[in-house]
Ligand binder design. Structure first.
Ligand SMILES: Cc1cc2nc3c(=O)[nH]c(=O)nc-3n(C[C@H](O)[C@H](O)[C@H](O)COP(=O)(O)OP(=O)(O)OC[C@H]3O[C@@H](n4cnc5c(N)ncnc54)[C@H](O)[C@@H]3O)c2cc1C
Length: 387
């Protein structure tokens, strides 16, 4: 057992940290407040190869795994730039296309995902289905040699920045008469696809949308994979990378908040000569949050290692646990940071309250803490399913 990164992973961590710090949280906040995107940071991360670390080298990527992508997510977040689109574009979309797409789809999309010139977002959630994806109502019907897609999706992140949406639909299985999932690469400018932006209480340069698909016609090669049978494994292929990278983003955000708070409490003096951090009522909550973040990081490392070793089932358990732990730890760390900074904690200048919405959302999306507890109760503890 080793807890050390390889020299290459260490270098990646240092380089991403340096990039993130060059932009920093004030950049992230300024973009969010002015309704702009983090275009410059994304482009530079792409040029430096950080967005494609998990994409095979023959498609222009770095040839690494989810361990490397988790490092990128964590370090950018630890620098105050938690980029949600890292989770949907390189983690979910690139993994799904690489593992289950056709060779033509790999060639068409992976190089652009690797250098950041393409963004593919992910649309599974629906107003009527929510956490229960078995109730998906977006339907794909054959139309000549192509497909017609109809349905509604909600909370879809980054549609305004992306050139494609990876849409999860269902289609009639002619063999059994049952409905089964199929994934489609849908251009964001295709006729029949419209969107409206949701007002969210999250300070972020990345936005969420309602998507309406009204008889959206896509060609046969928009279907991910060689046949409809690719749908279910393709959908599951995206889940572990999603959970692991979103957990890494949470751990990075937690580190960022604890670092800001520790700097402040070590120097702020309001009772004579001692810093407020000398009082255990201030330092213990911070230390407690630091322990929780570090525990989450260990679980992320375990999940990423298992995933990269091809041990998908074990990675599923560890990835869900990592996501749960990191979501809770990030929310605790940011809330604690706000508290120990006092009034300064609520200002934009000190840059911690700016993350409250994001870390709160991290306990709900992309999979809620309750659905993870359900998963653990059933698959680890052998409990009966109630729903
Ligand atoms: C910031 C943000 C970004 C997002 N980005 C995307 C995106 O890019 N693409 C995408 O497809 N989706 C996205 N989502 C959607 C997200 O994945 C869903 O919000 C999440 O899966 C929960 O679904 P829901 O909101 O419909 O909640 P519901 O399913 O309605 O659940 C509501 C509450 O009930 C609980 N609950 C439901 N069922 C059970 C049960 N059986 N047992 C115990 N508790 C239960 C849930 O845990 C939750 O607390 C995003 C959401 C947010 C907030």
């Amino acid at each position: 057992m080793t807890f050390d990164l390889t020299p290459e992973q260490d270098q990646l961590r240092d380089a991403v940290r340096a990039l993130g710090r060059r932009y920093g949280h004030p950049y992230f906040v300024a973009k969010a407040k002015s309704g702009q995107h983090t275009t410059e940071l994304w482009a530079e991360a792409g040029q430096l190869g950080y967005l494609g670390v998990n994409i095979p080298t023959e498609y222009g990527g770095g040839g690494g795994g989810i361990t490397e992508l988790a490092i990128v997510c964590e370090e950018l977040a630890a620098a105050g730039c938690p980029l949600l689109l890292l989770v949907v574009s390189p983690a979910i979309a690139a993994t799904v296309i690489n593992r289950h797409g056709t060779e033509e789809q790999r060639k068409r999309h992976l190089p652009g995902l690797a250098d950041g010139s393409q963004k593919i977002v992910f649309a599974i959630t629906e107003p009527e289905a929510g956490s229960n994806f078995h109730r998906l109502g977006t339907v794909a019907r054959r139309d000549g040699d192509g497909w017609l897609l109809s349905g509604r999706k909600c909370y879809i992140s980054g549609v305004d920045e992306a050139d494609h949406v990876l849409v999860v639909a269902r289609t009639e299985d002619t063999g059994t008469g049952k409905l089964k999932p199929a994934l489609f690469l849908v251009p964001t400018d295709v006729a029949g696809l419209t969107r409206s932006e949701l007002d969210m209480e999250i300070l972020s340069p990345e936005n969420q949308f309602l998507l309406y698909l009204d008889d959206v016609r896509v060609p046969a090669d928009a279907l991910v994979g060689e046949s409809l049978d690719a749908g279910l494994p393709a959908l599951f292929a995206g889940l572990n990378p999603e959970r692991i990278t979103v957990a890494a983003m949470g751990a990075g955000t937690g580190r960022y908040a604890i670092e800001r708070a520790s700097e402040y409490t070590a120097t702020r003096k309001v009772w004579g000569g001692r810093s407020i951090g000398s009082h255990q009522g201030v330092s213990h909550p911070l230390a407690h949050a630091a322990v929780q973040v570090e525990l989450a990081r260990l679980m992320i490392q375990k999940a990423a290692t298992l995933y990269d070793a091809g041990r998908d089932l074990e990675a599923g358990v560890a990835g869900n646990m990592a996501k749960y732990a990191a979501g809770e730890a990030a929310a605790l760390a940011v809330d604690t940071a706000v508290q120990v900074l006092g009034g300064a904690g609520m200002t934009t200048e000190y840059g911690v309250a700016t993350l409250l919405g994001a870390v709160r959302a991290g306990r709900i999306a992309p999979v809620s803490r309750e659905m993870i507890l359900n998963f653990v109760a059933q698959h680890v503890l052998g409990q009966e399913k109630s729903y």
